[in-house]
Ligand binder design. Structure first.
Ligand code: SAM
Length: 283
């Protein structure tokens, strides 16, 4: 069997055509096939740099069939350059799927790094960027969306979301409802002529986009929950139940009595002996 080809994940601009590396241009020239999420968009880029190469469309709705084809070509020794409609392939696009398949077949995968809206958004937000979580698009399914919002409500790291303009206001309202009013940055049209990074709050963002039709592409960056406030809220919730109920709550969630007493003692900042005494006294 001949040598297997390589899958190159090639990052392309998220707006400004100058944001492309020399290596990316070389790989786009030299690859046997360019698999593109949006062939029209990619053609603009290729024409700009006078690159002529074979384009194959690979997007969400043909990813199974075209994925099989591309894996076949890679196994036959062809080098494939994968590009998404903008930015880094594999970030909120079907590139993720092709990488999983290629890896499972032992095909070499490498990347040519470059722009990604998540990175541009978080570093421009003015919010802590030392630790952050990328949440991408919130699910559209009602239940999955509710669960996702619930799961991030106690997240203390900065959070980054993608959203399309026509859904922006619904997402801002849902985030406002789940997280309360928080510091927020709305990054729009990054690297483009009308780039805007609005450092604001969720309340103000909801207010604005209730009265204005959003235009362009958006990244929403939101500050994480305050760790101390979370702890205080947790303490308050213990204050409203009796010691007995507190221990019972842990036992109901699977801890044995000794462990449950230890956990309640930790929550309340008292010793295990005090918990033991308290339970006896209340008998
Ligand atoms: N793979 C891309 C990346 O690396 O960022 C993301 C693809 S995802 C399908 C498209 C989303 O990325 C948009 O809906 C928007 O949330 C965000 N996005 C892409 N380009 C952007 C830009 N120039 N300014 C702000 N957001 C952008």
């Amino acid at each position: 069997m001949g040598k297997t080809g390589t899958l190159y994940l090639v990052a392309t601009p998220i707006g400004n055509l100058e944001d492309i590396t020399l290596r990316a241009l070389r790989i786009l020239r030299e690859a046997d096939i360019i698999a593109a999420e949006d062939t029209r968009q990619t053609l603009k880029l290729l024409n700009h740099y006078e690159i002529k190469n074979r384009l194959v469309s690979y997007y969400e709705h043909n990813r199974i069939e075209k994925g099989n084809y591309l894996v076949g070509q890679l196994l036959e020794g062809k080098n494939v350059a994968l590009v998404s409609d903008a930015g880094t392939p594999g970030i909120s696009d079907p590139g993720e799927d092709l990488v999983v398949r290629a890896v499972s077949k032992g095909i070499p995968v490498t990347m040519i790094p470059g722009p990604a809206a998540v990175i541009a958004g978080v570093v421009l937000s003015g919010l802590p960027s030392g630790r952050f979580v990328f949440e991408g698009f919130l699910p559209m399914n009602k239940r999955a969306r509710r669960e996702r919002l619930e799961s991030i409500s106690r997240e203390t790291r900065t959070m980054v979301f993608y959203e399309a303009p026509h859904k922006l206001i619904y997402t801002l309202k849902d985030l406002r409802c789940a997280l309360g009013n928080r510091k927020t940055a709305i990054a729009r049209e990054l690297t483009k002529k009308f780039e805007e990074v609005w450092r604001t709050t969720l309340d103000e963002a909801v207010d604005r986009y209730e009265n204005e039709a959003p235009k362009g592409e958006f990244v929403i960056i939101i500050e994480g929950a305050d760790e101390r406030e979370l702890q205080e809220a947790e303490m308050k919730s213990w204050e409203s139940i009796s010691l007995e109920e507190h221990v019972r709550m842990y036992m109901d969630s699977g801890f044995d009595k000794k462990e449950a007493m230890k956990k309640a003692a930790e929550d309340r900042g008292i010793s295990k002996r005090e918990v033991y005494k308290g339970l006896i006294e209340n008998k």
